[in-house]
Design a protein around this ligand. Structure first.
Ligand code: IPM
Ligand code: MG
Length: 367
């Protein structure tokens, strides 16, 4: 049997630095666990624009369709702010999501005990937090037509369309229910059924699916604005949160801060199973390219390393190894090796990105 394949798209800003640490983990797994990956690398985002004039070359898109999993770093940066919308770095990422049809975006927000004091909320509200946001990723207002900016009555009008089909809602809701069964068995679905028809349909489809196939899972519904409020009021009431593309974008950033730092949050974007049974998959940290600290060795590689742990779990059926890797990251943080985002000014010298990655490897080796 051939080795499983990975395509690494480090992208822009801190993407390359954090991905270097993931490479160490990939190599460690190959040497010590007999799980060797065929790794290729390519460009995405601003880096691809600089090389090819497009944020995602067709050849790269084709490669992404063929590999077992894509690992992405981050895209974007101030150098690309004035580019035409159609070639902005973000378009590369959105094209990957859309063409690979990665409809289920899993964003776990876990608060490691060692970091509970870094949350902007009080320790007792966040410690032990373990929630999973399932965000629809290929439809809704990110992709709905009509869209654009045009002239009406001598003024510009900006248009985006929130559009969901039953099938799109059904398939992502199934992912959420399946995940819930393996966790706390609760799903809270969030939309704005009080003002949006797409929200009414969302609630209906989720309710019907629940009754038909997932009656054993506890289901509740919440308006997304209330959901945002509840996330900062009492986040531990949630297990799995199911929501659409735009609400999921916002709610997941909100959930990220509960955990102490945006530098901690991984994500998995999953599609339908491929011929080999593995889902189409892309793994990326929730954080962005952080241009202000790029190239300085300050970035926290945890979110990117934890995204690889998700790849081990969801693409390569290596749940135990994934749990080990997560425990290694947690141990390193608990022992005090931390990048600047996880320190107070009085805490002394922060660890570099490299030191943090090395500490995770050392921890893995010690298991
Ligand atoms: C995210 C990001 C992206 C999004 C951007 C970079 C296009 O914010 O993954 O949450 O809006 O989906
Ligand atoms: Mg976002």
């Amino acid at each position: 049997m051939s080795n499983p394949s990975l395509l690494i798209l480090a992208g822009d800003g801190i993407g390359a630095e954090v991905m270097t640490e993931v490479r160490k983990v990939i190599d460690w797994v190959g040497t010590n666990k007999g799980l060797t990956f065929d790794v290729s690398e390519d460009l995405v985002g601003g880096a691809a624009y600089d090389a090819h004039g497009t944020p995602l070359h067709d050849d790269t898109m084709a490669k992404a369709q063929e590999v077992d999993a894509v690992l992405l770093g981050a895209v974007g940066g101030p150098a690309y702010d004035d580019l035409d919308f159609s070639v902005k770095p973000e378009r590369g990422l959105l094209r990957l999501r859309k063409e690979m049809d990665l409809f289920a975006n899993l964003r776990p927000a876990q608060c490691f005990d060692a970091l509970a004091d870094f949350s902007s909320l009080k320790r007792d509200i966040v410690s032990g937090l373990d929630i999973m946001i399932v965000r629809e990723l290929t439809s809704g207002s990110y992709f709905g037509e009509p869209r654009g900016i045009h002239i009406e009555d001598n003024q510009r009008v900006g248009i985006n369309t929130q559009r969901y089909t039953e099938a799109e809602i059904d398939r992502v809701a199934r992912s959420a229910f399946e995940l819930a069964r393996r966790r706390g068995n609760k799903v809270c679905s969030m939309e704005k059924a009080n003002v949006m028809e797409s929200g009414i349909l969302w609630r209906d489809v989720v309710t019907e699916l629940h009754a038909a196939d997932y009656a054993d899972v506890e289901l509740s519904h919440m308006y997304a604005d209330n959901g945002a409020m509840q996330l900062v009021r009492a986040p531990k009431q949630f297990d799995v949160i199911l929501t659409d593309n735009l609400f999921g974008d916002i709610l997941s950033d909100c959930a990220a801060m509960l955990t102490g730092s945006l530098g901690m949050l991984p994500s998995a974007s999953l599609g339908a199973p491929m011929a080999n049974g593995r889902p189409k998959a892309l793994y990326e940290p929730v954080h962005g390219s952080a241009p202000d600290i790029a190239g300085q060795g300050k970035a926290n590689p945890s979110a990117c390393i934890l995204s690889f742990a998700m790849a081990l779990r969801y693409s390569f059926d290596q749940g135990d190894l994934a749990t080990q890797l997560e425990a290694a990251v947690e141990k390193v943080l608990a022992d005090g090796t931390r990048t600047g985002d996880l320190m107070q000014a009085s805490d002394g010298t922060p660890a570099t990105t490299t030191e943090m990655g090395d500490a995770v490897i050392a921890e893995l080796a010690a298991f």
